[in-house]
Design a protein around this ligand. Sequence first.
Ligand SMILES: Nc1ncnc2c1ncn2[C@@H]1O[C@H](COP(=O)(O)OP(=O)(O)O)[C@@H](O)[C@H]1O
Ligand SMILES: [Mg+2]
Length: 295
Amino acid sequence: MTPDLLEAGARRLSEHQTRAVDEGQTESGGRSAGIGRVLRGHAPDFTHGVALYIDDISVSFDGFKALNQLSLSIGVGELRCIIGPNGAGKTTMMDVITGKTRPDAGTAFFGSTIDLLKLRENEIAQVGIGRKFQKPTVYEPLSVWENLELSLKADRRVRASITARLSSEQTDRLQAMLERIHLRDQAHRQAGLLSHGQKQWLEIGMLLMQDPALLLLDEPVAGMTDEETERTAELFLSLAGQHSLVVVEHDMHFVAQLTQGHRTVTVLHEGRVLAGGTLAQVQANPQVVEVYLGR
Ligand SMILES: Nc1ncnc2c1ncn2[C@@H]1O[C@H](COP(=O)(O)OP(=O)(O)O)[C@@H](O)[C@H]1O
Ligand SMILES: [Mg+2]
């Protein structure tokens, strides 16, 4: 979830709780106060075909190098899978891209002009990088519909209408998203009552409502049933091309479905890239087998 969305959600949640206690009371105004400032002059430039460029990034925690001169580049519209053993630095890499962790050294660009290391976390979300954490973070007391509505309203482009009712175009977008994330029949259900997989879909839907150019997904199918995993792969495949996606996963069946025999898989180990290629190529790489796949 993006920082702005967290903030908006916390506010919505407290409103919800107030309503529950004191039903007759109307919502207070000033809901738009405190929302992060709109970032201007930061439209990403993708004309060079690069969505994300990171070079020589190092992060150390008490002398331990979680990332060790990591370099990686993701093309516009690419769907890139990243695999690697626990502790390889996959989540730390996402922390750097999203501004949660500052690297000791290196370069990180979104498109060819936006220097991510100069932006704050909420600014990075606003320029169009969405992140899905491992655990689902939806607003459990709110309905599926309300969760999606919330993220639509946290969109930097519709800030002005934050207190307004949804336009018919927005309602259509919301309906289409419900369809896309397989939750059409659950629209008015409380999010807390969804299955783990459905919560993951809802959060992905919430991210997509903000139309990020780049989506980072950290172990999105962990804990999903086989059927949910398969549907998630179909969803991600349908997003490739329109969005750039970086998917960290351990489920090789899922990675195979996403890469379709031709997309690049990157293997991280000890904070750097150990190997890259098709899934078949990296699976045949003795070093990869040694540190990861063979265990
Ligand atoms: N905030 C932190 N403080 C100290 N060590 C950390 C912190 N975050 C991550 N690490 C360490 O950095 C290494 C990489 O972690 P992580 O990026 O979570 O790996 P992965 O996601 O590939 O499993 C691990 O050894 C982890 O213990
Ligand atoms: Mg991780």
